[in-house]
Design a protein around this ligand. Structure first.
Ligand code: AMP
Ligand code: TRP
Length: 332
């Protein structure tokens, strides 16, 4: 059976981008056609300035939202990365496989390092080595497929390179994984700045729809979305009209249509925005309601995570042992 692994960092409240680009795909494909593991990758949240209390809160919230979004702990393994030490054990071997140049070429590193430097915080070394840990997350489970949004493609490609290189040098050890991208809404853009990704760690919340936003808040954010000056007609053109294209992408992702075909049904931006707002509100309503019910019973969420970590450990340990042996380390 196909093995799937993916994860989300608890660095902020989950957004519509996380839902459409990641979690919803996991629910739809992952847990029924494959053996899947979904992880709150908390160690990755330590690569930039962080607040310990907020990290704890967000880690619980992300795990709760996994369940609220419909991931079924009977069908897939839900766990927290730091609960399974195999990830960091294998990350070191990945650091010994990757090169400094390779890691410095990562777009996300360049962007986040520049931002950390500009704010005077200093760049944590783990920001550079992060893709080695991400490769370990994936390779420790003999993963076949990694469903992520477009922005993570480069990291998964590096993971493939590292797996191939390790296998060539030390004998076949790892399954070489492939990335799977969603067909629509692989990249949901910020409603106020449609040329940049809707990201959970942005400073301004005006262009970001959070999974737990109230319906009124969602509607307000969508109605105030930046659209493009043009002849006023609605057309799907990602380069020339990124704001409108983003709204059409979101509508298509919510309703199952095709963004270019949907454009034909609108004369003006107002009607389009109203439909987008309604579609998003209805899409997220059940998630928010289930989240509220689950958050009232944190012990149950903890139980799910503990059971998930035990299952994950049992899968990862033999793979990581195999890698330690292959690279020339003595068995303990
Ligand atoms: P992150 O928020 O960077 O931890 O990303 C978690 C997952 O959500 C990854 O698979 C990302 O590719 C995906 N993701 C994050 N933001 C977006 C977005 N704006 N559009 C589509 N997918 C996204
Ligand atoms: N780096 C990913 C992100 O920022 C999160 C992540 C960490 C991940 N490890 C992973 C995703 C392994 C898929 C597989 O979104």
């Amino acid at each position: 059976m196909t093995r799937i692994f993916s994860g989300i960092k608890p660095t902020g409240h989950l957004t519509l981008g996380n839902y459409l680009g990641a979690v919803r795909q996991w629910v739809e494909a992952g847990q029924y056609e494959a053996e899947s593991l979904f992880c709150v990758v908390d160690l990755h949240a330590l690569t930039v300035e962080h607040d310990p209390a907020r990290l704890r809160r967000l880690s619980r919230q992300v795990a709760t939202l996994f369940l609220a979004s419909g991931l079924d702990p009977e069908r897939c393994t839900l766990f927290v990365q730091s609960h399974v030490s195999e990830h960091t054990r294998l990350a070191y071997l990945m650091e010994c496989t990757a090169t400094d140049g390779e890691l410095r070429r990562m777009i996300q590193y360049k962007e986040k390092a520049a931002k950390a430097q500009a704010s005077g915080d200093g760049v944590r070394l783990s920001l550079l080595t992060y893709p080695a840990l991400m490769a370990a997350d994936i390779l420790a489970y003999d993963t076949d497929e990694v469903p992520v949004g477009e922005d993570q493609r480069q990291h998964v490609e590096l993971t493939r390179d590292l797996a191939v290189r390790f296998n060539q040098r030390y004998g076949h050890t790892f399954t070489v994984p492939k990335v799977t991208l969603p067909t629509v809404a692989a990249r949901v853009m910020d409603l106020q700045d449609p040329r940049s990704k809707m990201g959970k760690s942005h400073d301004s919340a005006a262009g970001i729809v959070y999974l737990l936003d109230e319906p009124g808040v969602i509607t307000k954010k969508v109605m105030r979305a930046v659209t493009d000056s043009g002849d006023g007609g609605v057309a799907y053109d990602r380069d020339a009209r990124p704001g409108v294209a983003n709204l059409l992408d979101v509508l298509a992702a919510c309703t199952g249509g095709d963004p270019a075909a949907l454009a034909d049904g609108y004369q003006g931006y107002g009607a389009l925005k109203r439909d987008v707002a309604e579609a998003v509100v209805e899409l997220l309503r059940p998630v928010r309601e289930r989240h509220a019910a689950l958050a009232a019973d944190p012990a149950e969420v903890e139980r799910v995570l503990r059971a998930g970590a035990a299952r994950a450990r049992a899968l990862a340990a033999p793979v990581v042992d195999r890698a330690y042996e292959a690279i020339g380390l003595l068995a303990p």
